[in-house]
Design a protein around this ligand. Structure first.
Ligand code: UDP
Ligand code: MG
Length: 325
């Protein structure tokens, strides 16, 4: 393949402050790549408006009229980064040979997009952008990320450490991804499962160019919890183990109390009794909660609801348009 068509997918949620600059910088990347004959002239930047409440969508529309590289889709409501990204990937799959996903805030180093393309030309199907350092992140974010990757590896989920969603995927890798039908898709966990030849490209992550993070702590925690429970039953097994352990412990305590009784010492430990009841009750509630979490997952998966709805598409397919011939 000499000149592959590249689509850069950019999910945007209330990114009016950064949009213009992002569009400008990505456009110059595409122009350069095209000049160096790395990509075809039909390459595009696909902005996915994830139900923004600010001026993001009008800006995308405006830009698409004056910039031949820029196109966009508008989702009917905010569905979150992962689903917005998925919407973009599914749309991009049909119009390109390879797709690069990147955040709208220019935290990822766009100069390595060229390295992604070099790897693609060398025959790699997936190229992961991996952060060299996390100096710009807060201490808390760094520590929690490190703990998260370690925990995930322990329970058997193979994530690429320090890789977020800045990556290149070939058309056939995207085809494979579309066979993963789960509603609760954890992209970073699923993509390594696809296989194919993959490479890593290191880069420095920068500060957000403007605006604020759309990933507050609460969202980050639920993202991590979702990642774990979508991929592994290890937590539920842990609860079973704790349950078994506390059951054994209570057997020992019963034996001890029985012997005390035979020896004529009456037990007067109401406190310890109450503590045990609370302890066992707590463990049981925790176990039930966890099982509920998995059942909830099953419930959501069986509903097979759409993950997103495209409200407006600036580049509709010809074959989607009804024509008489
Ligand atoms: N984003 C999105 N939908 C959301 C939240 C975020 O499409 O509900 C986009 C956001 O516009 C950005 C990317 O996802 O392009 C990553 O978000 P952000 O930079 O806020 O996350 P952080 O880098 O702080 O983890
Ligand atoms: Mg960011």
């Amino acid at each position: 393949m000499k000149h592959p068509i590249l689509t850069i997918v950019v999910p945007c949620f209330n990114e009016e402050e950064v949009f213009k600059e992002t569009a400008k910088q990505l456009t110059s990347v595409l122009e350069n790549l095209q000049e160096q004959t790395f990509i075809d002239a039909k390459s595009k930047i696909l902005f996915v408006d994830d139900g923004s409440t600010d001026e993001t969508w009008p800006l995308i529309e405006e830009e698409s009229k004056i910039n031949r590289y820029v196109t966009g889709i508008k989702l009917s409501r905010n569905v979150g980064h992962q689903n917005a990204l998925l919407a973009g990937l599914e749309k991009a799959k049909n119009m390109s040979d390879c797709v690069i996903s990147i955040d709208a805030d220019l935290q990822d180093d766009i100069s390595v997009i060229k390295d992604f393309m070099i790897k693609f030309h060398e025959g790699y199907d997936i190229v992961y952008g991996v952060r060299k350092s996390r100096e710009t992140d807060t201490f808390f974010k760094r520590a929690s990320a490190r703990g998260f990757y370690r925990l995930m590896r322990k329970i058997g989920i193979n994530l690429i450490p320090d890789h977020a969603d800045f990556r290149l995927m070939s058309k056939r890798a995207l085809e494979e991804l579309s066979h993963y039908k789960e509603t609760n898709l954890f992209l970073r966990g699923v993509i390594p499962l696809i296989g194919f030849k993959s490479a890593k490209v290191m880069y420095d992550r920068k500060e957000r160019f403007a605006g604020t993070s759309k990933y507050p702590l609460k969202k980050m925690l639920s993202f991590a919890f979702d990642g774990i429970t979508s991929f592994s039953v290890a937590p539920i097994r842990l609860v079973t183990l704790i349950g078994a352990f506390s059951f054994l412990l209570s057997l020992c305590a019963a034996g001890y109390a029985f012997i005390q009784e035979l020896l004529g010492h009456t037990e007067s430990g109401w406190t310890s009794l109450m503590i045990s009841i609370w302890l066992i009750g707590g463990l049981q509630l925790m176990g039930i909660g966890l099982i509920g979490e998995y059942i909830g997952k099953i419930f959501n998966e069986t509903k097979r609801r759409p993950k997103y709805t495209v409200e407006t598409d600036l580049l509709p397919y010809k074959h989607n348009v009804h024509s008489p011939q």
